[in-house]
Ligand binder design. Structure first.
Ligand SMILES: CCCCCCCCC/C=C/C(=O)SCCNC(=O)CCNC(=O)[C@H](O)C(C)(C)COP(=O)(O)OP(=O)(O)OC[C@H]1O[C@@H](n2cnc3c(N)ncnc32)[C@H](O)[C@@H]1OP(=O)(O)O
Ligand SMILES: NC(=O)C1=CN([C@@H]2O[C@H](COP(=O)(O)OP(=O)(O)OC[C@H]3O[C@@H](n4cnc5c(N)ncnc54)[C@H](OP(=O)(O)O)[C@@H]3O)[C@@H](O)[C@H]2O)C=CC1
Length: 291
């Protein structure tokens, strides 16, 4: 496992006595966030659809640390009643919810015209509506009275998201919701921020695209000329949750080796289908139309 980025004193003390919920907290980025929170002394409820994977992850971390710090609860964030139960059970079990990390989510790659209505709804319900349910119920059941800190994992949507329009739209919705709640819930002592990962390697993330090496094939689009690793996301998430970020709310941090300022993962093939320009063109500057 890659080294954490916080210094050793903070690592021991920062989140002792705190309770966090991490959706999707047993795999990839979420798994590393859980690990780092636990290392900082936090108790963590991990929530996702695959109960076996949640239990196995919790057992491993608890065995490694010698403490029962990770607690699995099966929850499909697309189902409001399950989300409501997740929040109630956590408060019942631990008496509080200091932190929420809305990490659970995902999508599939597709040209927009090939996305079916069912596929669109699956991605929007997961990433936007599921996040809304988590926010609404953590607020109702705990943070309205006691405050707290929230981080939403979104995606690199700086230039839209050609090739994954559904997730681009959903994550933009989450980012805007974050700005709204940073204002509406400030009076309740709630801070809320987003983290936008670029291309972050984990076995589970890459497996979703069905082709090994798919992530590595994108290196030339990243100024850093390497992929991100999951600890490079978890360190920023922990910072945003922590008192170190006590005056930070409504922001998005890109963790992408500067990719949002450079190339997207989408190629536009050469064409001549735009309305012609008013300057003189030559054969060389005017490709043949493929329409
Ligand atoms: C390009 C360069 C990249 C380069 C790589 C760069 C990528 C970096 C950026 C981002 C990286 C990440 O997010 S990595 C993390 C990735 N991890 C995940 O995505 C995990 C979670 N994802 C999921 O569970 C799924 O993707 C998601 C669609 C959200 C939910 O799926 P479910 O099966 O639970 O949903 P259901 O409600 O049953 O609906 C399924 C419908 O969705 C559609 N659907 C689902 N998968 C589909 C697919 N592969 N292709 C078409 N359509 C699909 C179909 O219409 C399905 O219906 P039927 O046809 O009837 O079946
Ligand atoms: N890796 C990357 O390059 C990037 C990742 N992201 C985002 O970061 C987050 C973490 O992804 P990553 O760790 O990389 O990939 P993973 O596929 O490992 O993680 C996705 C997690 O989300 C959970 N999840 C998905 N749908 C639901 C649901 N309906 N209810 C509850 N949990 C759900 C999954 O668990 P289960 O299947 O058991 O429900 C899984 O643990 C995702 O939102 C992803 O889209 C964004 C940009 C880039």
């Amino acid at each position: 496992m890659a080294a954490f980025k916080l210094n050793s004193v903070l690592r021991r003390q920062l989140f002792v006595g705190r309770v966090a919920i991490v959706t999707g907290g047993a795999t990839g980025i979420g798994g590393m966030i859980t690990n780092e929170l636990v290392t900082l002394g936090c108790r963590v409820v991990i929530a996702a659809r695959n109960e076996d994977r949640l239990k196995e992850f919790a057992t491993t971390v608890n065995k490694n640390t010698g403490h029962d710090l990770v607690y699995p609860i099966r929850c499909n964030i697309r189902k409001e009643e399950e989300v409501s139960e997740l929040m109630s059970k956590t408060v019942k079990q631990f008496g509080k919810i200091d932190y929420l990390v809305n990490n659970g989510g995902g999508q599939f790659a597709s040209q927009t015209e090939d996305i079916s209505a069912k596929g669109w709804h699956a991605v929007v319900e997961t990433n936007l509506t599921g996040t809304f349910y988590c926010l609404k119920h953590v607020y109702d059941k705990y943070m309205k009275k006691h405050g707290g800190s929230i981080v939403n994992i979104i995606a690199d949507i700086y230039k839209g998201f050609p090739g994954m329009a559904h997730t681009g739209a959903a994550r933009a919705g989450v980012e805007n919701l974050c700005k709204t709640l940073a204002v509406e819930w400030a009076k309740n002592g709630v801070r809320i921020n987003c983290v936008a990962p670029g291309i972050i390697y984990s076995e589970t993330a890459e497996a979703n695209y069905g082709q090994k090496g798919m992530f590595e094939s994108q290196l030339y689009r990243i100024p850093a000329w390497r992929l991100g690793d999951t600890s490079e996301v978890s360190s920023v998430v922990c910072f945003l949750l922590s008192p170190g970020a006590s005056y930070v709310s409504g922001n998005t941090v890109y963790i992408d080796g500067a990719q949002h300022l450079y190339k997207s993962t989408y190629e536009v093939e050469q064409h001549s289908n735009y309305p012609p320009p008013n300057y003189p063109t030559t054969e060389a500057t005017t490709p043949k139309s493929k329409l």
